[in-house]
Ligand binder design. Structure first.
Ligand SMILES: Cc1ncc(COP(=O)(O)O)c(C=O)c1O
Length: 307
């Protein structure tokens, strides 16, 4: 986070074994049973399970696509109730690859202040921006109580090393109190593995070698995808700014599920149907851009032939 100019001291950080565990801690901290947390749609599929385990009710708010993705603020505001406790942001979002814009950030801060809500911001893909620019982290957001989650899983490509963190920021009094309560939750589960903590610096430094290679692979795959898409008319790619995925708009001649199953069983091509991520209709496939280049190239050719 120091890379992003957010110089946090260790007193504002709680270590967890994964971002997923971080979500559980924050849900537990902010919510009583049946309290509500707003989550973007489409987005990361694990939210439902994480919330269910903590008896938290998720209320989706839509992201709308118009030459890029934006938060549908009127619908978000309408969906808030006296039980709403927090808004989840994924920055950039999985799988839409959209960052929270500075205008959206200002509006979210204002909304949270007015409605006494916290922000829970998932920044696992923050380092992966296609224009090479640095997008502002929420880890130093001092406007409202903010829990920023990230970890080694995507930063260094080491999901199995099980090290992640929650950075707490906000108006000082609120952040200090939240941190004290969060420490009790974290202490209850005892500390994350000591060997992993000791190796953390080495594993974090590994990102400096990994990320340029991964960005290069994803840029190459994206160019190949665009090249193949330019030769046909039935499929298009949605605009994206970052992350590890591309979303294809495909003709709805059958359900996305059936199409994904046909691609897998008949062509050995693995894609995700849009409904995994709560796309509102059929007609969306999600592709992983971190696939090795020759496999990706072949996979796209097969996919376009089937479509
Ligand atoms: C948006 C998002 N957050 C969190 C995670 C999981 O991170 P972790 O391995 O730290 O639980 C993923 C994994 O794909 C993800 O896409």
């Amino acid at each position: 986070m120091a890379n992003y100019g957010a110089g946090l001291d260790s007193g504002s950080l709680v270590l967890t074994t994964s971002t997923s565990e971080g979500y559980s801690y924050v849900f537990r901290l902010l919510c009583n049973s049946e309290d509500e947390v707003m989550v973007p749609k489409p987005s990361y599929p694990l939210f439902d399970f994480l919330a269910d385990l903590q008896d938290v009710k998720l209320v989706p708010y839509p992201l709308i696509y118009d030459h890029g993705w934006q938060i549908d603020f009127p619908t978000l505001e309408q969906a808030l109730t006296p039980n709403s406790r927090a808004i989840v942001l994924v920055h950039p979002n999985n799988p839409t690859g959209s960052f929270i814009s500075p205008e959206e950030r200002a509006r979210l801060n204002q909304l949270c202040r007015e409605r006494n809500l916290s922000l829970i911001v998932d920044e696992v893909f923050l380092d992966y921006a296609y224009d090479g620019s640095q997008h502002e982290t929420f880890a130093a957001n001092d406007q409202v109580l903010t829990f920023t989650l990230s970890g080694l899983s995507k930063i260094s490509g080491l999901p199995q090393m099980k090290l992640a963190w929650i950075a707490v920021s906000g108006p000082q009094e609120e952040a200090t109190e939240a941190m004290q309560r969060l420490e009790i939750i974290a202490d209850t589960y005892l500390s994350v593995s000591a060997p992993v903590q000791l190796a953390a610096k080495t594993m974090l430094d590994q990102r400096l070698k990994l990320q340029p290679q991964l960005m290069h692979r994803m840029q190459t795959n994206l160019s190949e995808l665009d090249l193949q898409l330019a030769k046909q008319k039935s499929c298009t790619r949605l605009a994206l700014q970052g992350g590890w995925y591309a979303v294809l708009r495909v003709p709805v001649t059958r359900s996305d599920e059936d199409l994904a199953i046909e691609l897998l069983t008949q062509k050995s091509v693995l894609v995700h149907p849009g409904h995994f991520y709560d796309f509102p209709t059929d007609g969306f496939l999600v592709l992983s851009l971190i696939t090795p280049e020759p496999t990706f190239h072949e996979g796209i050719s097969q996919l376009l032939m089937v479509i």
